[in-house]
Design a protein around this ligand. Sequence first.
Ligand SMILES: *[C@@H]1O[C@H](CO)[C@@H](O)[C@H](O)[C@H]1NC(C)=O
Ligand SMILES: *[C@@H]1O[C@H](CO)[C@@H](O)[C@H](O)[C@H]1NC(C)=O
Ligand SMILES: *[C@@H]1O[C@H](CO)[C@@H](O)[C@H](O)[C@H]1NC(C)=O
Ligand SMILES: *[C@@H]1O[C@H](CO)[C@@H](O)[C@H](O)[C@H]1NC(C)=O
Ligand SMILES: *[C@@H]1O[C@H](CO)[C@@H](O)[C@H](O)[C@H]1NC(C)=O
Ligand SMILES: *[C@@H]1O[C@H](CO)[C@@H](O)[C@H](O)[C@H]1NC(C)=O
Length: 915
Amino acid sequence: MAGHLLLHSLLLSLPLTAGWTASNCLVTEGSWLSLVSRFFHICPLDSRLSFLASCTQVTNLTQALEVVPQSVEGLCLAGSISILPQDAFSNYPGLKVLGLNLQLTQLLPGALRGLGQLRELSFLASPSKSYLFLHPNAFDDLRSLQRLNFLGPCLDRNSSVQLPTSLRWLAVKYSCLQDVGELDDIFPDLAHSAFSGDARTLDVLDLSFNRKLKIASPGALQGLRLGTLYLDHTKMEAAGVVSLGLQRLDKLSVSFTVTAELPAEAVAHFELQELDLGSKRIGQITLEALASCHSLQRLGLKNSGLTELPPNFLAAMPRLERLNLDSNQLQSVRLCMNETGLVSGLWTLNLSNNGLRTLPPATFSCLPHLRELLLQGNQLVSLDSQVFQDLWRLEILDLGRNPLVNLGEGWLAPLPSLTTLNLLDTHILFRSTWGSWGPESLHNLRLQLPSAPAGVALSLPAGLTSLELHAVPGMKPRKLFPSVFPILQNLTLDGWGLQLGTQNISEIFPALRQLTLLGSSLEALCSQDSFNFFLWQLPRLQSLKVRGDGHSPRPCCITGLPSLQELRLEILEYRARPRPVQLKELVGELPRLQVLRLARTGLETLSAAAFQGLGSLQVLVLDWEKGLVLDDSVREHSPQMPQYVYILSSSLACQCANAWVGPWFERSPRSYIWVQSPQLCRTESRDHSKNPLFPFLLNHCPDTLELELFLGSSALLLLLISLPLLQEARNSWVLYLRALFRAWLQGLRCRKHEGKNFLYDVYVSHCRQDQGWVVQELLPALEGCPPDDQGLRLCLPERDFEPGKDVADNVADSMASSRVTLCVLSHQALHTPRCRLELRLATSLLLAAPHPPVLLLIFLEPISRHQLPRYHRLARLLRRGDYCIWPKEDEEKDSFWAWLRSRLGQPGCRQMGCR
Ligand SMILES: *[C@@H]1O[C@H](CO)[C@@H](O)[C@H](O)[C@H]1NC(C)=O
Ligand SMILES: *[C@@H]1O[C@H](CO)[C@@H](O)[C@H](O)[C@H]1NC(C)=O
Ligand SMILES: *[C@@H]1O[C@H](CO)[C@@H](O)[C@H](O)[C@H]1NC(C)=O
Ligand SMILES: *[C@@H]1O[C@H](CO)[C@@H](O)[C@H](O)[C@H]1NC(C)=O
Ligand SMILES: *[C@@H]1O[C@H](CO)[C@@H](O)[C@H](O)[C@H]1NC(C)=O
Ligand SMILES: *[C@@H]1O[C@H](CO)[C@@H](O)[C@H](O)[C@H]1NC(C)=O
């Protein structure tokens, strides 16, 4: 029916009525995924997808999907369903990534029908505990599928599943494979495409974490052209890969396998470009093995128990670009040999977490192409000024976590290309020469604030774009030199060790976009008055992250940052003397703020006042906050609340002040609200039993609630309507408010006098221009010529209003004394202030009255939803069948009158209104 369509589109289209919640499903946009990523960890979803949903505890798929918007591109389902029904996802044709952690036992053809755009499909289950039977044609509909992941379930060996030709990535991990040859039974066309008969090409085949996998049947993957084969955390011997019959293999990853030596044969056989070994069993590398490794471009030997490298290590691998020796037991590096005159093309060398104590002058002399040198986590105490002599292309140097004390005079001078330097967690002493900090190209510096005699300024390169400074507790604040950092964008301060005026901070850091304050550094940037607020006025700052140490003396209000888009406050609670914090003590005027994330801030009360300064807020995340109270004023503000509200690992206080929150979550006017943990109330009784919070509050706080509901909703309505009313009819909002209050009082009285009879059956709200229709059509049909004297009593403003009374009083009184309010709507009506006022009154009565009157709408002509004022609450409250369109054709008019009479009921039932 046209009417249904209208209301349907009305509900769907109003931007402010998008309010909903779905307790089992978390919905977010890709750009906000990082804020809630821990609830998506069961499925690998991608932040480039625009709209994502993750549902847990799914037991009925139809039911679970009812609350998932059809426009999601990524969907993750966890629960217990053994078989997917046919066309389970046909409502989601745009789905690109789907993850199913459902304890599925079977996948039949047709279950995934309609997912022609699906790019990635994952089946998840507890590792090797359950079997998933795949029908041979289960994936037939997935024309665009590129990645197929089985993470956990065991696959039936004789399934003979056909793989989509578009497939580039197949993962069977945490499963029960014992022999690579089983894959050939499960996916017979894995090696040879069923369609062309040609060998297939895959970018990745990932068989890692099959803890029992140890056999490589000869020819199991005959002909397959493969980019990367992952066999990590299996019992495979890397050498066995040779017999699989692969036509091509570029990269092999075999860390944490039984492999005990460099798989020279495999490297030579495939001319591998990349090899990841990594296993304590290796211990050392022999020259013989190295001899066949000339094809390698990248070699990973992380965690391989190496104590030394063989001589000529680099000479054996002339193409090597990346070498990772992280986490071995190397005490010295002998990569460059004097006598050979060898020059290596190595780009990246990772020597992190070894036992290096010294670096002889010529250590890197044969690496003129090196771009990245990672030396963090070693035992280096000093650096010879010659050691970086030949690294004139080096861009990234990481010396963090070394007990470095002495750095040779001008030690950075040989590094003209250096852009990034890490000196965190070192013990470097201050040197006056640091004013001429090496190369001009240096723009990214991480530094432990060096200790220095009092009064000496800390001199830094002026061309920095990114700076991280860690202060030692108790150190004297240092002045900064130079006094202006014209292009510094990112600043991270851990602890406070700087002596900086706050008045001209925007001149010192004119380009600052991102500020991270760790430890106690926020305190130093906060005024010490009675009202504590953030002192750094940075007009360009876009992101501010504060992670305290849980010892803050008092909250600090972040305010006055006109460009700030993202604010994260963490661990600011006061461990010694916990005190409840109000949101307005944490945030002030931040007009561009889109994301606010609060975690362990000790926040208790959220009130509308705090949101007033946050006009652009789109996402609010409350994480690890206890005993939250959503002040009633938030409800008034709810049309302006952020679009996404996530309450994670947090609890709402069991207080009557929160009683309104439950219903609001169900149908908030704008926000998507997700409360992660079940909210409980602990009762006073002896057994300390726990009750679900909202039902408990609704039962125990009834009286206050009703008054609050009234105040809240009427105040909200006022907020919504006062502006247009002011424009339309000066001062009428005062009348309106009075009328509203009277109506409410009458409603209360009505309750006291149960069974009261109404003066009228129907109050007809219409405007003068529509009077013709009311008099000629409506009155005769309802009032006049009743077949058996059963006519309804209508109240018409022109006819039945008390003369002399003002309009608003008359409207309120007449409505209150009518059983049903009937609004006649037309284009003209919507342009007449009084008609709009009446419609608003009816709406507010409906919301505010303890016993809502019945409201019916008649549209005299189809009205485009764009012409309707924003009666969002009205639209939500109207049920199906509470409105109708006056038909143009005569033959349809009978059914119109039948509808109206049935909705108006019989005149004899007048006392029904006051139950
Ligand atoms: C699943 O939910 C739908 C809709 O709520 C219902 O119609 C259907 O009967 C349910 N199915 C089962 C198996 O319970
Ligand atoms: C798979 O093969 C086994 C024996 O190899 C057989 O018992 C079983 O019925 C087969 N399963 C299916 C689904 O064909
Ligand atoms: C390199 O040669 C010089 C002299 O030519 C010698 O002093 C030095 O020890 C040699 N270094 C290495 C690592 O062999
Ligand atoms: C080098 O080692 C560090 C420390 O484990 C690691 O974080 C980094 O990713 C490694 N870099 C490369 C290029 O392998
Ligand atoms: C600043 O930090 C952000 C996020 O960490 C990063 O994307 C950006 O590249 C950094 N800018 C500079 C100049 O280092
Ligand atoms: C900031 O103000 C201090 C004194 O308040 C002054 O010494 C310093 O030069 C000023 N810095 C800039 C960049 O204007």
